[in-house]
Design a protein around this ligand. Sequence first.
Ligand SMILES: Cc1cc2nc3c(=O)[nH]c(=O)nc-3n(C[C@H](O)[C@H](O)[C@H](O)COP(=O)(O)OP(=O)(O)OC[C@H]3O[C@@H](n4cnc5c(N)ncnc54)[C@H](O)[C@@H]3O)c2cc1C
Length: 433
Amino acid sequence: MAWDFSTEPEFEEKLEWMRDFVRQEVFPLETLSLTYDQVRVVIRPLQEQVKSHGLWAAHLSPELGGMGFGQVRLGLMHEILGQSPLAPFVFGNNAPDSGNAELLAVGIETTGSEEQRRRWLQPLLDGDLRSAFSMTEPNTAGSDPTLLTTSAVRDGDEYVLNGHKWFTTNGSVADFLIVMAVTNPDVHPYQGSSMLIVPADTEGVDIVRDVSTMEDPETPYGRFGNHAEIIYRDVRIPVENLVGREGDGFQLAQKRLGPGRIHHCMRWLGQSRRAFDMLCERAVSRYAHGSVLADKQTIQNWVADSLAEMQAARLMTLHAAWKMDQEGQAAARVEIAMIKYYGASVLYNVIDRALQVHGALGYSCDLPLESMYRAARAARLYDGPDEVHRQTVARRVLKGYTPTEVPTEHIPTRRIEAQRQFADLLESLTIDT
Ligand SMILES: Cc1cc2nc3c(=O)[nH]c(=O)nc-3n(C[C@H](O)[C@H](O)[C@H](O)COP(=O)(O)OP(=O)(O)OC[C@H]3O[C@@H](n4cnc5c(N)ncnc54)[C@H](O)[C@@H]3O)c2cc1C
């Protein structure tokens, strides 16, 4: 019987190395308020160390320089990387570049386009180009991408792209954007949408602004991590810039989002653990009303509930990863949807309790909790809001049930059935007694 929660010793060694490395070498960088370009310089020697340990861009297939680890092992790695916003850069799998590289790789697998590999994918993997993923529109519901209105109309050897997008993360610093657009309005959007590589300096690409958010109310234009509003006006894109084939847009999006959600959820657990450690450390340190906070039952409840919730989210996420590895992404759809909303709520709750236990200090910028808290709120929105994932789960589950006039468990009805089933035995009981 195969039912195993252990990690192979060789891989556990790698994880051990990662834990120490991230804590010793990456955590300190967080406090230095470096610009993105400064970060790139400072982390270069760290990236070399990661490469020498065979852990660079591990999410990619071996043909692209990755490790082909599978989702469970990648998940365990992301749990460590999630502890620090800088760690994914050091390990060559920062969003959205990592997901975009996967998209390009899947597309190239379909079309065999060596030109796309040479011009876009390889420089992206080498860190020489930056990318963004441009799908959500301000005027249509992002949670229902069948409503997208951005269009790409074929004109000879080019597409003419028109549309209005926003929340394109890194849109204002990207060298190229992967844009989702309707290429055939006459069929269902699942078959009529496509992804196009749009160089950011193409005529007609208008980066209107970086949108200020709860995470970053002060948003200097062109900062890494910002979310851009972009208007595409008659942007002419050569047909060879299609990712995959025309009409592949939704299929590609699904391929990108499944593993991405596992990694998000594991990174959230890394964040949750960091907040949890702060919660516990403060609980045993702060004295009020005759005892340390750790002696108050409410605080004990927070510790116990947080640990249980993190453990549940961790097992759910690793199980989803395992199912993906065993049976493929489609088979793990419900599990992936469940971890998306459950993991986001655990992240939010644990950080909220850690912030609360620190009082004013938690609310201040002297601790990372306030920024973790603001970032955590977005987790319930991006990659699809909670409600949509809950709907996916509920719909799938409910498909397994059929309507009945009388509930299956209706005791009087079951009693009649049982009396019929056991009539002989019941009769003999009556005779014997
Ligand atoms: C930090 C951040 C980064 C992002 N990065 C990117 C990016 O790089 N590229 C990109 O293209 N997009 C990005 N997005 C956009 C994100 O994908 C969308 O915000 C998300 O898909 C939701 O779309 P929407 O904002 O249009 O909300 P809407 O679709 O308008 O939904 C609003 C609300 O309606 C409710 N709702 C929707 N559907 C249902 C339903 N079926 N049942 C019940 N309630 C429902 C939910 O409460 C939902 O929150 C990012 C968003 C954030 C916050």
